[in-house]
Design a binder for this molecule. Structure first.
Ligand SMILES: Nc1ncnc2c1ncn2[C@@H]1O[C@H](COP(=O)(O)OP(=O)(O)OP(=O)(O)O)[C@@H](O)[C@H]1O
Ligand SMILES: [Mg+2]
Length: 405
């Protein structure tokens, strides 16, 4: 495995990336790169209309360019949108939706940016790549396409693919557990038993951090009587959103919640009240917000209950990992734990996995990447990856032979 082997975790909000050679410690800022999963496609027609339209009848479409900011940039909007800038209008594409790649051209542009501009790959000297995927959502065809693009467009030396939930547990030194991934497009629940993803138990809620942002934005616009950008609502969410310790606490706190003023990073002032508590409550009482799905804790309970082996069921209950960037929401872990204690019989002892002290502070938020970083060391050394030879011999479908996800 080369020093520049790339580890990638694809999310609909951000792509986490870095080299397998990065140093791992409690102080390490890992992953080294967290970049918005957004690509801007500039349309230069507006400019041409000014300068050349009389001479040049043909419209020219600009190339795909990377989005410029890091995570937290205004471009973290999810979905596609059309905006205007001094360089002409552009379309923002979100190539990953709900954890699944849905725009391959845009994704390729993003990979290009990550490999060559951020991770320092040189043309003709590409390395291997480990990709963390949500296997419960992605299809076989998608895995094949990813493999094909990696070998044919990026000339990678090898490809290794693994499930995000399994990798997340690996970062905590576990091979069995139930992962609650609070992402942007969805909240996924996956059980992993003895290092194997338990497919039948996987489920997901039809919303995630993006819906919380949307809810907060609408609520503060109504309260303040003015427009706020998605970025402002997102900043507000990161700082103010909180989950109450129980539904009873939610009831009493929202009843007596007073309006307060908050200053956003860009200097804007915003008044906020009970909506800071409401946004996250949707996970625990979705019916209050018009959703007909199970609550998060019922989903975890149902997933674990679908595992037949009694010993494993107990082990899973005692190894719940709350992962994804949404896990950073104040009170989230505690509420999950409180409700799980009520959902399971007293003979069970639900518990939330704690970050090992030697792991980076950001481990819960980026556990799939950290798990990939750890697994890469063994996987490539033991030739568990797809080599160029394998790919040439069997084609893209070799991905299913190699990885029993
Ligand atoms: N400090 C924070 N507090 C609360 N939410 C946060 C915080 N930081 C990031 N988030 C939210 O977490 C979500 C992104 O989480 P994550 O990076 O795990 O998703 P993703 O992997 O890109 O998406 P997905 O897994 O759904 O495809 C965003 O909605 C973001 O606003
Ligand atoms: Mg994710």
């Amino acid at each position: 495995m080369g020093d520049r082997t790339a580890i990638l975790d694809h999310g609909s909000w951000s792509i986490k990336a870095g080299h397998a050679s990065s140093a791992l410690s409690a102080e390490a800022d890992l992953p080294p790169l967290v970049t918005p999963t957004t690509v801007r496609v500039y349309d230069v027609r507006t400019k041409l209309q000014f300068d050349q339209i009389m001479e040049d009848a043909e419209t020219v479409r600009g190339g795909v360019s990377k989005s410029s900011g890091g995570a937290g940039d205004a471009s973290l909007s999810g979905g596609d949108s059309v905006e205007a800038s001094a360089n002409g209008s552009y379309t923002e594409l979100g190539p990953v939706q709900d954890g699944v790649i849905c725009d391959w051209d845009a994704m390729e542009a993003l990979w290009h940016y990550i490999f060559y501009e951020q991770l320092g790959w040189e043309k003709g000297e590409e390395e291997a790549v480990l990709i963390a995927e949500r296997m419960l959502s992605s299809s076989k065809l998608q895995r094949e396409l990813t493999t094909q693009i990696m070998f044919e467009k990026f000339n990678t030396k090898g490809v290794y693919m693994a499930d995000q939930a399994r990798l997340s547990l690996g970062s905590y030194g576990k091979v069995s557990g139930c992962v609650v991934d609070i992402g942007h497009g969805k909240i996924g629940v996956s059980c992993v038993a003895d290092g194997q993803l338990h497919m039948p138990s996987g489920d997901s809620m039809p919303f995630g951090g993006e819906a919380f942002t949307h809810f907060l934005r609408e609520a503060i616009q109504a309260r303040n009587g003015r427009e706020y950008s998605v970025k402002s609502a997102e900043d507000l969410k990161h700082e103010c959103m909180e989950v109450c310790s129980s539904s009873k606490a939610y009831q009493s706190r929202t009843a007596s919640c007073e309006e307060r003023e908050h200053i956003l990073p860009d200097g804007l002032t915003v008044k906020i009240g009970k909506e800071a508590l409401q946004a996250g409550e949707v996970c625990f009482q979705p019916h209050l917000f018009g959703y007909k799905c199970m609550s998060l804790v019922d989903m975890v309970h149902t997933s674990i209950s679908s595992v037949a082996d009694q010993v494993m069921k107990r082990l899973l209950t005692e190894s719940i990992l709350v992962a994804g960037c949404g896990s950073a929401t104040r009170g989230m872990e505690q509420r999950v734990l409180n409700e799980l204690k009520l959902a399971f019989p007293p003979s069970y002892s639900p518990s939330i996995l704690r970050r090992p002290e030697y792991m980076p502070q950001t481990c819960p938020m980026h556990s799939a990447w950290v798990g990939g970083f750890i697994e890469a060391k063994l996987a490539f050394a033991q030739n568990q990856h797809i080599t160029k030879y394998d790919y040439d011999e069997y084609g893209p479908s070799v991905v299913h032979k190699k990885f029993l996800l």
